[in-house]
Design a protein around this ligand. Structure first.
Ligand code: PLP
Length: 411
């Protein structure tokens, strides 16, 4: 008789995007003449830039020749890409990271999810609330949560750090000792950021408590303000306590191509039960070699091309146009009296919905009255209630039209 991993039974079904899809499908079926504008899901819409396409075409031709054929590559990523990452994403910001501290992957979702493999089940986990759901669910699957409390909508063993208008979307340090801390900035879903000084508090906490920060910087490319750090390693001491996740998905439109990377500095250490220090880099390398066979050569050449002069320019143009959409959304909402957050260093605008309405009620109102789709904040955690997420990843035309419509919302 095979026994199942019962941790999976603790998972709560996430109805968020499937419920949205069902509601939108029903509405369009009943209202075939109404054009619905989708500003809900966080997928990009702009095509891959020419520099990356050229690199991929070239790589395709190469692997079709005897001398250029590539079979299994290094599990951790090709040297050319790891080198480009070190030079462009770290050295250029004055951060010393070595190539063997970088592990190329098929995206940040897998990395954020798989990283739990190298941590003991006994570790206490802290997440912000609302949150990108992968951090929580992967810890539930691997047995680090207790029972789910339906009333509170939280798990017993997880420490929730509320981020809301009342604390300016800056999570407070946990009152109890935690071992693994997930931080994501620029944040999904709130679109807010932390300064270096604010992040330093977390690095100091982690050092003091021998905890590890799991820092998701998937939206780093959207940072516009010069004082906001693009990497946690810009903060002094972070190399001893932080693991950083990066992704080409939102930066370069690779949501379908799939490529990202994780950085684990060799100084980042954990402990055995006998208090012996072990490098997480070594453990992750072992895991990677055992469970992963690398990202395709063609994809890695495309990722490398994001760092070429042309690539950088073309990608920046796309990011700028998403950021312009974010501005249109933010200004449009504020003109009609909504309070908004994010949208300056992020493709996400987080808005406070009218008092007395749940975020799902606001979703229905927006869909039915003005045919615009967004994401209810409560889908990201209990402290997301009262808020709503709109994304800047649509076309400019649709974004402008959506804002025109929202201005017509009835009170
Ligand atoms: N991290 C955050 C915070 C995200 O919002 C997303 C995707 O929406 C990801 C990671 C996933 O990135 P990837 O496409 O590289 O798997």
């Amino acid at each position: 008789m095979s026994l199942i991993n019962e941790n999976f039974l603790e998972l709560q079904d996430s109805y968020l995007f499937s419920t949205i899809a069902k509601k939108v499908a029903k509405f369009t079926e009943e209202n075939p003449n109404k054009k619905v504008i989708r500003l809900g899901i966080g997928d990009v819409t702009k095509p891959i830039v020419p520099a990356c396409l050229e690199a991929m075409h070239k790589a395709v031709d190469e692997v079709g020749t005897q001398s250029g054929f590539r079979g299994y590559g290094p599990e951790q990523g090709y040297e050319f890409l790891r080198k480009a990452i070190v030079e462009n994403d770290y050295k250029s910001r004055g951060i010393e990271i070595t190539e063997d501290e970088v592990f190329v992957s098929d995206g940040a979702k897998c990395d954020c999810g798989n990283i739990v493999d190298i941590f003991a089940k006994e570790n206490k986990v802290a997440i912000t609330d609302p949150v990108y759901p992968v951090y929580l669910d992967t810890n539930v699957m691997s047995g680090r949560s207790g029972k789910y409390n339906k009333e509170k909508e939280t798990y017993e063993n997880i420490v929730y750090l509320p981020v809301m208008a009342e604390n300016d979307f800056k999570p407070e340090l946990p009152k109890e000792k935690v071992d693994m801390i997930y931080l994501c900035f620029p944040n999904n879903p709130t679109g807010t950021v932390l300064t270096k000084e604010e992040l330093k508090k977390w690095v100091d906490y982690a050092k003091e408590n021998q905890s590890i920060i799991l820092y998701d910087a998937a939206y780093e490319a959207f940072i516009t303000e010069s004082h906001i750090p693009h990497s946690i390693y810009e903060v002094e001491g972070a190399k001893e306590v932080a693991i950083e996740f990066k992704s080409y998905s939102k930066t370069a439109g690779f949501t379908g191509i799939r490529c990202g990377y994780v950085v684990i500095p060799k100084e980042v250490k954990g402990f055995t039960k006998g208090r012996e220090e072990v490098s997480y880099n070594k453990l992750w390398n072992r895991r990677t070699c055992t469970k992963f066979n690398g990202v395709s050569y063609i994809t890695q050449r495309a990722a490398e091309a994001t760092y070429s002069e042309e690539g950088k320019k073309q990608i920046q143009e796309n990011i700028n146009s998403y950021l312009e959409n974010a501005k249109i959304i933010k200004q449009g909402l504020e003109e009609v009296g909504f309070t908004t957050y994010g949208g300056v260093n992020s493709p996400y605008v987080w808005l406070q919905i009218p008092k007395g309405m749940t975020s799902w009620e606001f979703f229905d109102k927006l869909l039915e009255e003005v045919n615009v789709v967004g994401t209810p904040g409560s889908g990201f955690g209990p402290h997301g209630e009262g808020y709503f997420r709109l994304t800047a990843f649509g076309t400019k035309e649709n974004t402008i039209e959506a804002m025109k419509r929202i201005k017509k919302l009835k009170n």
